[in-house]
Design a protein around this ligand. Structure first.
Ligand code: GLA
Length: 702
């Protein structure tokens, strides 16, 4: 049983880990353990370590400066009494009382879910903590429901999804993903010290600047070894991570909706449900932490997890807004010749879209560019044996559009302020049901009338003047209701058109999270397609997301200093695409592209569905490798990249991973079959000159 009660504890066990909570004698719901699964139920600590305050020979249970709530690691702290650590829940009752005193009511456990029902000691406010055990993935999912059982509204000011606790009394390092537009997913690692380290988004979308992911270790973990506690938030809007080290050496990671400018009026009888946080523990380093998330995302989150992701062509970097039937048809011919499977027409195809000053909102084909609609182009693409995909940016509107002229009040704005434009566009208020219905109607029609099997859903700016003048209630509910609106629109379209594959894009990787991956199978990782920059971006991305979600195009960026094979190899580490200006590619380039696309189709099941290993010296960013191994460990593929190494004499050695130790393997380019153990322990030396790369296949023997 993954969940059982034992001696006042609730024990949640996955394949290799355990998560334990219990009631403290004072009634507080306390965290007891999160780490490796232990052999016996009695092994899990029932009494709390670290709650006594010991000063020399004084042992104090209660002192006025640090109440017990401050010292007992709680599952869901609320800042009650003399508790000053970061609370998960902050509310204001109608009479002005602004704290919550939670009491345990009851627990309910089923096969894989534990529900703990708590309620306020005085007020009719109930809090249900949900824990779902994902046994096979070694993950625990947590979310919370808050229900107002009274007859006056309660204002929620903060409501987080989880507080994840690390073993008390130790020192930890926080790994996180930092960045900005065109430089997303840069891995950072820093010591956690007393105080609060905050990572967040306040931009109404998720992830250019930070991703809602954390990895915690003791400062000693590497890709293969060491304890790592890690987690994510499945949410596509404003979020916050507050990693706190208390004055009593308790380290915890709070994760949930951002409380910045957040208010939610919880009316009588209503329930507020938080997004989920999913977290795990491993003793096998950051690599294993990533693979747990990859499996979970592929098998339980994305809509078409097991299906092969097609090699695509995208028109953006070729034609920008200048798309029309005949030019696109011409590219389609070349794309088909190269072996492309999916032809995606990017921006520029819809009513009035000649540049980025006009058109967003008017989601029907531009009559000048497509006098007979999209049908003829799509037919042509289909006849060439390819699927057809289309770019849209449904949450946006240009002031120069029919939609805006009809509904200037549909955008997010403060009536007394100028409407700040970003890329000449404003944001539609997706919290409004009439806005949602308009988008559903327009995109549904496009999908119903045309044979479109792929949609790139973009979102190209961040919020400003976050007003909702005609809000039916609390206007600061915008932050959450906007995302719920996006989910409703996307969910409705997905339901009506289940075979369509969606890509989540937000000026590159601005919306990469497990919330959006319930709808989208792929993510456009960055607008930066320079392959050398891409190596770091892709490596950071891979800490959370599997290669099957990582769209990676070969473009013309970097052509002045990188050979075409290098550019292909980088993109072959994810879902391969071509976004180059094909008019500039001669016969030689086309032939080479053909070769790499054919190889990619052969290795695609391993790259997209296998286990990924980041290889190479940890600190080096001039020499790196990535390896993928099929789930049955029978085949693999290894990529190696050398940038500019100042010391050319250092040997370039990669140590393969994930092979069966006593099975014989052949690695392309290396003589003889050797055991998996031999390859993994002695490594392979690669011969690369500056700015070059290689790819080798790995075959196991039966
Ligand atoms: C964003 C995307 C690009 C492209 C353009 C189109 O920048 O990230 O890939 O689709 O919009 O305007």
């Amino acid at each position: 049983m993954p969940i059982y009660a034992h001696e006042g504890l609730w024990i949640l066990e996955t394949h290799q880990t355990a998560y334990v909570l219990g009631l403290h004698t004072t009634g507080l719901l306390a965290h007891r353990y999160w780490g490796a699964k232990l052999p016996y139920p009695d092994d899990y600590p029932g009494d709390l370590i670290g709650e006594e305050l010991v000063v020399g020979s004084y042992v104090l249970q209660d002192i006025p400066f640090d109440g017990l709530g401050n010292r007992v690691p709680q599952e869901y702290s609320t800042g009650a009494g003399t508790e000053y650590t970061e609370p998960c829940l902050k509310v204001a009752f109608a009479d002005g009382v602004r704290d919550v005193w939670l009491q345990f009511e009851r627990a309910e456990a089923s096969d894989c879910e534990l529900k703990i029902y708590l309620c306020d000691a005085v007020y009719p406010l109930s809090v249900t903590l949900h824990y779902r055990v994902w046994e096979a993935f070694d993950l625990i999912e947590r979310w919370v429901e808050i229900e107002n059982k009274g007859d006056t509204p309660v204002t929620l000011e903060r409501v987080w999804s989880a507080q994840w606790h690390l073993p008390i009394g130790e020192h930890y390092y926080l790994s996180h993903l930092n960045g900005r537009w065109a430089n997303e997913f840069q891995l950072r690692r820093e010591p956690l010290v007393e105080g609060v380290k905050v990572l967040e988004s306040r931009r109404i979308t998720t992830s250019h600047h930070h991703n809602p992911w954390f990895g915690i270790d003791r400062g000693t973990a590497d890709e293969d070894r060491g304890e790592v506690w890690f987690g994510v938030l499945g949410w596509s809007g404003n979020w916050k991570i507050a990693a706190e080290v208390t004055d009593f050496s308790s380290t915890r990671v709070n994760i949930g909706l951002n409380d910045w400018d957040f208010r939610w009026s919880l009316e009588p009888g209503q329930t507020f449900t938080t997004p989920s946080s999913i977290a795990g523990y491993t003793e096998q380093g950051f690599g294993a932490a990533s693979r747990h998330l990859h499996d979970f995302i592929r098998e339980t989150v994305v809509p078409h997890g097991g299906a092969p992701h097609k090699v695509l062509f995208n028109s953006w970097e070729t034609t920008l807004f200048d798309v029309d039937e005949s030019s696109q048809a011409q590219f389609a011919e070349t794309a088909a010749e190269m072996g492309i499977e999916l032809f995606v027409m990017d921006d520029g195809w819809f009513h009035g879209r000649k540049d980025d000053y006009a058109g967003l909102g008017d989601w029907w084909p531009d009559a000048k560019k497509f006098p007979n609609g999209l049908g003829p182009l799509i037919d042509r693409v289909n006849r060439l044996g390819m699927d057809f995909g289309l770019w849209i940016e449904p949450e946006m509107v240009n002031p120069d559009s029919e939609l805006y002229r009809q509904h200037p009040d549909w955008v997010i704005h403060f009536p007394t302020r100028p409407r700040t434009e970003g890329r000449h566009q404003l944001i539609l208020n997706m919290a409004k049901p009439d806005v949602q219905d308009y988008i559903i109607e327009k995109i549904d029609r496009l999908l119903a009338e045309n044979n479109i099997t792929f949609i790139k859903w973009d979102m190209n700016r961040n919020v400003s003047e976050p007003g909702w003048p005609d809000a039916p209630g609390e206007p600061r509910e915008l932050w959450v209701r906007y995302v719920q609106g996006v989910y409703r629109v996307w969910g409705t379209l997905r339901q009506r058109h289940p075979r369509v594959v969606w890509q989540s894009c937000s000026g590159g990787g601005g919306r990469a999270d497990l919330g959006i991956l319930r709808f989208a199978d792929q993510i456009w990782v960055s607008d930066n397609t320079i392959p050398t920059a891409r190596l770091a971006i892709q490596s950071g991305f891979s800490h959370v997301f599997p290669a099957s979600t990582m769209e990676a195009w070969v473009t013309d960026m970097g052509e002045e200093f990188l050979p075409l094979d290098f550019r292909f190899h980088v993109s072959m580490c994810g879902v391969l695409g071509i976004g180059a200006d094909l008019r500039r590619w001669g016969e030689k380039e086309i032939a080479e592209a053909k070769k790499w696309i054919a190889l990619y189709k052969e290795i695609r099941p391993i790259v997209q569905q296998g286990d990924m290993y980041r290889l190479g010296p940890l600190a080096a960013d001039d020499f790196t490798g990535v390896q993928y191994v099929s789930k049955d460990q029978m085949s693999g593929v290894l990529f190696a990249f050398l940038l500019h190494r100042l010391d050319p004499a250092t040997p370039l050695i990669l140590y393969p991973r994930g092979l069966t130790p006593d099975r014989l393997y052949t690695i392309e380019g290396y003589p003889g079959a050797r055991s998996g153990a031999a390859w993994m322990k002695t490594g392979v030396q690669v011969r690369l000159s500056n700015f070059s790369s290689t790819v080798c296949r790995i075959w196991g023997e039966n």
